[in-house]
Design a protein around this ligand. Structure first.
Ligand SMILES: Cc1cc2nc3c(=O)[nH]c(=O)nc-3n(C[C@H](O)[C@H](O)[C@H](O)COP(=O)(O)OP(=O)(O)OC[C@H]3O[C@@H](n4cnc5c(N)ncnc54)[C@H](O)[C@@H]3O)c2cc1C
Length: 362
């Protein structure tokens, strides 16, 4: 096993970056740069808000799966042809660079702090009689579903700016989801936004863009997070972003025009729905290709046997509480217990832990 040889630097310890780091650690000198000390299974976070103990399995210290790579807890702020610079002023040399900075999110640095944050959010839910959720994408819908099932007595209002929920999937899935939420007494208001500046704390009244008043004890903002690529605007990759800020990649997930820089996960311009299972596939393909390139480099044939990535079919599953979900498959959209059986019980946490080389149960 090669460890001393090539230096592989991975920026971003989310779904894609953590997996590629884990898979390459025995084949190269791996350095993972992430502002958090832990890997978070992102789609388990809403369950963790209604059941904080759920996060014990979905928050994993990077050191638990990356047993012999280097971990740098910091933001990357610049890259050159040979180095990555971190916010703390470190300069880290690379032979191969993998960018996996997905979406920008501000979560605590340490795992205990993140666990505490879930407990605080849980207290906020438990102590409220009425809850406003702002945003009807997957986060807002899954949160509404979790609260509606675990706390059926809470009065939930979901306000969404667009004409339908879940605009990343088809209208059929959106319509079924709306009916499901309404059947659980969630009040859904479409084509409206909430002016949070006009929120009068003492009175607990929120005003919508239509001038409606919503009374709620607390609110949760579930708006889409920006891509984690703005920091690249001042780097050697500044011309490699598309108009949405996504990194342009070739069919082997190399940044177009670069032989030793890759990008994986949500940050890329691969034409597919941005999903964790696609990000995991990106990580697997790049890890396998880099192993071939590192080994092949020694045999003077550093691209022989590399594979290409094929974009995923248009599939998505959005959980609706603990037992149900809405699923969009290529030719079928269904809602209820069957898709719920696939996702909603364990939210793929056991499967993801296993993929990271960890015990699925603890
Ligand atoms: C509510 C919800 C439910 C979902 N459910 C599913 C599902 O059931 N199945 C599914 O497949 N997908 C699901 N997804 C989508 C999935 O979460 C994303 O597609 C996935 O997280 C993308 O992985 P990533 O590694 O590209 O980015 P991320 O997971 O966003 O990770 C990015 C990482 O980069 C780090 N980072 C950012 N900037 C920097 C920087 N400058 N320097 C260093 N590090 C940086 C971040 O801290 C983070 O660790 C869901 C998403 C949401 C919101």
């Amino acid at each position: 096993m090669e460890k001393e040889g090539k230096k592989v630097v991975i920026i971003g310890g989310g779904i894609a970056g953590s997996l590629v780091a884990k898979n390459l650690q025995s084949h190269a000198h791996v350095t993972l740069i992430d502002p958090k000390e832990y890997f978070e299974i992102t789609w388990a976070s809403l369950r963790s808000m209604v059941q904080p103990s759920f996060a014990e399995r979905s928050l994993i210290n990077h050191r638990d799966y990356l047993t012999h790579g280097d971990i740098v807890t910091s933001y990357a702020v610049n890259i050159t042809e040979t180095e990555v610079w971190t916010a703390e002023g470190r300069r880290i040399n690379y032979d191969y660079l993998i960018i996996a900075t997905g979406h920008a999110d501000h979560v605590p640095k340490s795992r205990p702090e993140r666990l505490d944050q879930f407990k605080e959010e849980n207290e906020k839910i438990k102590s409220a009689d009425s809850i406003l959720i702002v945003g009807g994408g997957p986060t807002g819908v899954e949160l509404a579903g979790e609260i509606a099932i675990d706390f059926p007595d809470k009065k939930i209002t979901l306000v969404h700016k667009g004409p339908r929920l879940l605009d990343f999937v088809g209208t059929n899935a959106a319509d079924k989801t709306l009916k499901w939420l309404e059947s659980k007494n969630v009040v859904v208001k479409l084509e409206q936004s909430v002016d949070l500046n006009a929120f009068r704390d003492g009175l607990k009244i929120y005003q919508t863009s239509n001038g409606e008043n919503i009374v709620a004890d607390c609110h949760f903002l579930c708006l889409g997070k920006p891509l984690g690529s703005t920091w690249l605007n001042e780097t050697v990759l500044k011309n490699d972003l598309d108009f949405l800020g996504r990194i342009k990649v070739d069919e082997q997930l190399r940044v177009k025009g670069w032989s030793n820089i890759f990008a994986i996960g949500d940050i890329t311009d691969v034409p597919e729905i941005k999903q964790g299972f696609a990000a995991q596939q990106h990580a697997e393909v790049v890890a396998r290709n880099l192993k071939v390139m590192i080994e092949g480099g020694k045999k003077q044939c550093n691209r022989c046997g590399t594979e290409t990535y094929k974009p995923q079919l248009e599939m998505a599953i959005v959980s609706l509480g603990r037992k149900e979900a809405v699923a969009q498959f290529p030719f079928l959209t269904i809602i209820g217990r069957f898709p719920g059986y696939i996702k909603s019980g364990d939210l793929f946490v056991g499967r993801t832990r296993k993929q990271m080389g960890l015990n699925p149960n603890i």
